[in-house]
Design a protein around this ligand. Structure first.
Ligand code: GLN
Length: 428
């Protein structure tokens, strides 16, 4: 059944007595979202036997809205990866072409939605882990505002960048799910008290909005079909909206995006995962001393990819490096966010292709042709602003997506605008 290698555990989580807006929907969850009594491995060997005794807040909310959770899905181990190649259970295959990568880290969730196995799925997004797989599999992927959706019960990666997100084939379903899972949660102290709007009541008249094209991204792309589809859409937008202009992020800041991400993400991850020691959490491999137990547990439980990131994180946080590396990265993050805020003061939406390419072949070296256009969406993890990827076109019969980003807590307008573009793309 699982020809995409997208499922870690099949499950049957629901409460027959609850009816609500999710009653008719089959749902999958990325395997870093805690489910009571159902294994939650984060696709890591170190957590392969971990069965939570509680539900993540989003799970409680889904159950209360009548949802039926049928699968826990594969991911790059602990969220660390961008291609879905690195779950403990082996690579996840793209829904459209099984010789290609699924994109990650929320690989299995994207693939189950794209292949029609489920109607809607949750993933998480730290750098772009919802938005890249959405583009590679031709579906909608939303990363809401930081603090809009509770992360209580979600295995962290770097907490200052982690967001829960939603995949579906259409925007209406994404909006319906957001309405259920959004809102204040006393168990996640960064969640906002802001009112949860009726997101699924999409406004059909999003007028007078100002749209900016993020130039830095376009400069990095040489796939003509991606560029062609993007500018066909821009022309259509131009006819409908009075202000569609090109903007640029400061080029030095744009170039700094991946390295600042790497420093902050790995430093926080190293700290967050100090509990995977075989004592509070993690498959214990006993040694003669406490340190030896930790060493054996972590050496056995983490793949090389994760160990490497832990090493980078640990090195970054060493006292001799902290000021020069970690603190500097935080300062650059601030500058990136200031730059982004300036653009978003003048424009309601920033748009660009979601990536420079279609999903790479599994036989390819994924890093070889990656450009800055394949990692820029992390800008909105730094800022916490919401962003959505929707299908834009195809190249070699493979999908690619459009990225739309906006100001914090502007999800209602973002989803409404995305639904208008969804329709426009269909008519291009
Ligand atoms: N690709 C990025 C990474 O490998 C983002 C991952 C994510 O968003 N979880 O860290």
């Amino acid at each position: 059944m699982d020809k995409y290698n997208a499922i870690v555990t099949q499950c049957d989580i629901k409460d027959e007595t609850k009816k609500g807006s999710l009653s008719h929907l089959k749902i999958a969850l990325k395997d870093n979202i805690s489910t009571k009594g159902v294994k939650t491995t984060a696709s890591s060997k170190i957590l392969e036997n971990y069965t939570p005794v509680f539900n993540a807040t989003v799970v409680e909310r889904i159950i209360n809205a009548g949802g039926h959770i049928v699968a826990k899905t594969t991911m790059d181990e602990l969220g660390m990866g961008g291609y879905g190649k690195n779950p403990a259970t082996g690579p996840t295959l793209n829904a459209i072409d099984q010789n290609r990568m699924a994109g990650g880290s929320s690989a299995g969730s994207a693939v189950l939605v794209a292949s029609g196995v489920v109607d809607v799925a949750l993933g998480t997004d730290t750098g772009d882990s919802m938005r890249i797989p959405a583009s590679y599999n031709g579906i909608v992927g939303l990363k809401p505002t930081y603090g809009r959706v509770s992360r209580y019960g979600v295995v962290p990666y770097p907490a200052s960048l982690d967001h829960d997100g939603i995949f579906a084939k259409d925007i209406k379903t994404v909006a319906t799910m957001l309405e259920v899972i959004a809102g204040y949660d006393r168990l996640d102290q960064v969640t906002s008290h802001k009112e949860v709007e009726r997101y699924s009541d999409l406004d059909s008249d999003v007028n007078d909005v100002k749209i900016a094209i993020l130039d830095n991204v376009l400069n990095e792309i040489d796939n003509e079909e991606i560029i062609g589809a993007f500018y066909r859409l821009v022309n259509a937008l131009d006819l409908r909206y009075s202000e569609v202009k090109t903007v640029s992020m400061d080029e030095d800041l744009f170039k700094a995006l991946p390295i600042v991400y790497k420093i902050i993400a790995n430093a926080e991850a190293f700290s967050n995962h100090s509990n995977l020691s075989g004592v509070p959490f993690g498959n214990r491999i006993a040694g003669d001393t406490f340190s030896e137990t930790i060493l054996k547990t972590r050496s056995n439980g983490f793949s090389f990819q994760v160990a490497q990131r832990m090493f980078i994180g640990a090195t970054t946080l060493m006292s001799e490096n902290y000021t020069d590396v970690y603190v500097k990265a935080q300062k650059v993050r601030r500058k990136i966010v200031d730059n982004l805020n300036e653009m978003k003061e003048d424009y309601d939406f920033i748009i660009a292709p979601a990536a420079s390419r279609i999903a790479p072949l599994l036989s390819e070296d994924e890093d070889e042709h990656a450009t800055l256009a394949d990692s820029y969406m992390v800008m909105d993890n730094f800022s916490g602003h919401p962003g959505i990827v929707i299908p834009l076109g195809t190249s070699e019969s493979m999908p690619f997506g459009l990225y739309i980003s906006t100001r914090a807590f502007n999800e209602k307008q973002l989803l409404s605008f995305a639904a208008i573009i969804e329709e426009m793309v269909g008519e291009l």
